[in-house]
Design a protein around this ligand. Sequence first.
Ligand code: CU
Length: 412
Amino acid sequence: MASSVVHGGQNIRAQEDPVVVEAGFGENLYVRTSLRYVAVRMTGGLDRRAFLGVGGAALICTIGGKAIELRTPKDVAEADAAAANVARPRGAAIATTATAGMGTAKAPSAGSYPPVDGLTFGTPQPQPGGQVREYWIEAKSLMWDVAPSGRDEFMGTAIKCPRRFRAFAYRPFNAGFAAPTGAASIPGPTLYAEVGDVLRVHFRNGDEHFGQAVTMHPHGVRYTPDYDGAYMGDFTRIGGFIAPGEEFTYTWEAVPESVGVWPYHDHGPNETLNSHRGLFGMIVIRERGAKVPDVEAGLYFHSFSPAVTKLRANFACVNGRVAAGNTPTIHAKVGQDVALHCIGGDDMLHTFHVHGHRWKAADGTDVDNQLVGPMTSVTARWTEDNPGRWLYHCHVLAHMDAGMNGWYLVEP
Ligand SMILES: [Cu+2]
């Protein structure tokens, strides 16, 4: 795709420039190339590659057995309509508070399914000494601003392109969904447990816009098929299809192999779009009695592509926001035990880089920049010894330039 780039006051014809592809078109979006800040103005219409915005990789949804390639806003509308029309699978009983947590999925009839699909499962309980960690979480769509400050503090410039769109987010509530305990956030609430605990997550689909079933699907913890939270067509279990207005309680076990940092995300019939819209979060599992870091932050490196936003920029985000000042600013003091968790939240490869610091990779080597792929995690942990203002960012420079960066401030 060709485009016109205003670079140092000159128009430059850019061919196949990943920054340009990522930056969007139609509006001025300020991005940085090399050491310079430039305005990128795209000349083309809504062509396929620009719409996808991710280096030409196609976002393809398969919904209700139909594959839809997302090339235009009309394709997205078609995918959403198809997802809203997906019939409740036979194996997914209507999720209600009455069935929530009972772990007695209505199994598909044995006559037409292999025996494995007729298995029934119980609900796990905590191990001796463990406890139940209970959460109430609602999924709901909302209008989302990727840059509430309107500024890019990294570059010291204004962000002028349109930046609000309909996202999908998880929101924490207190017991019984009596009241929200915080705003809907991207990522959603972080879930914490120790080995031997069970996570009991009461989930409600509170969306009133898309009319689609959504779920919570965890990584890392142990669960039976009922609590997988995955839509699988006719083989879907009870937790894999939570329609608007319904509730379901997932029960997940923190086993010894669960220690680490993991994602959870929507795995409903429209996972490809709805997880990219913001339905993801983090699970932190520690050894029993393990020290909690003095400073701990969860950072999702992901993007909001035009297929998701219907806007013309491809926003490279940390936790749903673009550019330092909008993305999380992490604060620490010298001497503190600091743990920063990074998860890749889209279909691209990212790296987690922190200026001025090193940490031990799992193989014992010292690193300051580590690869994170789709739904994989990295934890950077150190004892703080280097005061000052530092950047953290993805070291795919096109991503950094399109907003995947933030501040880390260390007090002496
Ligand atoms: Cu990246």
